[in-house]
Design a protein around this ligand. Structure first.
Ligand SMILES: C[S@@+](CC[C@H](N)C(=O)[O-])C[C@H]1O[C@@H](n2cnc3c(N)ncnc32)[C@H](O)[C@@H]1O
Length: 266
């Protein structure tokens, strides 16, 4: 199915995206245009809705380095949960939980927010090939790497470069949202959560994996020492308060070490 975006500068103007843009075996280059005439480039299937560069924290700017993007998934992501949870936590276990809680289905639409290399988006598409999956990030380098991985996996995904604080979607677009590890890096987490609430359908499911405040003194010392880079950590209670403030209900939750998985309901 073709998808419809909301213009980042004209709230009521839609932008139609042809299905061919998600078909990664065929490079797609061109432009798309809103009904108000604002135009955006598509380069190698990646739709770029960001016009202005902005000031980034250190943690955020590392995501815009080519080297981080190319090493991220194989070197860090596949091991990260075992390191952070303090026990063997293979990526397959995380993917299992993602599928169990989101339960993706044919004809439904899902969004991976701050996708990096789009591990979650690919997992959902493999499980439900007849769903529409959109993966959003504001790092071109991450999106380019994500595109390569998705093409290799034969998973057709729409890739969008946009800011999660101003989601380019109309209200109640998505059956489900997924966000892995991104919450800790956001400059304005509440604004992003409010945007998530706006674009999710009633009763839609929101899968969040994030890191919580360590309970050990040395863990807290380490987390405090990373704050200058822009990373933020909350306790589980504080995290749930954030979710509730954005009008999400915590339906299920699973904490291992400092890794917290939440199943939120819109
Ligand atoms: C920790 S990584 C995400 C990892 C990925 N979701 C996974 O499960 O492997 C955080 C990502 O969020 C992106 N990001 C941070 N703030 C963003 C924003 N305001 N809009 C869009 N992307 C953002 C970064 O570029 C980075 O790729």
């Amino acid at each position: 199915m073709k998808i419809e975006l909301r213009s980042p500068i004209h709230d009521r103007a839609s932008i139609e995206v042809p299905r061919a843009v998600s078909q990664l075996s065929k490079p797609f280059n061109g432009t798309i245009c809103s009904k108000m005439g604002d135009e955006y480039p598509i380069q190698n299937n990646i739709i770029d809705l960001i016009r202005e560069p902005e000031n980034l924290s250190l943690a955020q700017s590392t995501n815009h380095w080519r080297v981080t993007a190319s090493l991220y998934e194989d070197l860090w992501r596949k091991r990260s949960l075992s390191i952070l949870s303090g026990e063997d936590f293979p990526i397959a276990k995380e993917q299992e939980l993602l599928i169990k809680w989101v339960s993706p289905g044919a004809g439904k639409t899902y969004l991976d927010i701050g996708c990096s290399t789009a591990l979650y988006a690919r997992t959902l598409k493999k499980e439900a090939p007849d769903s529409d999956i959109i993966a959003l990030d504001y790092s071109s380098q991450m999106l380019e790497e994500a595109r390569l991985k998705a093409e290799a996996d034969e998973t057709d995904i729409y890739f969008i470069r946009a800011d999660a604080r101003n989601m380019p979607f109309f209200n109640k677009t998505f059956d489900g949202l997924v966000m892995g590890g991104t919450l800790n890096e956001l400059t304005d987490e509440l604004k992003v959560l409010f945007e998530c609430r706006r674009i999710i359908k009633k009763n839609g499911v929101f899968f969040v994996m994030h890191l919580v405040r360590s309970e050990t003194w040395y863990g807290r010392l380490f987390q405090d020492s990373t704050e200058w880079s822009g990373l933020k950590f909350w306790t589980v209670e504080e995290s749930n308060e954030l979710f509730n403030r954005a009008d999400f209900m915590v339906e299920d939750q699973f904490v291992k070490g400092i890794v917290c998985f939440s199943k939120l309901r819109g």
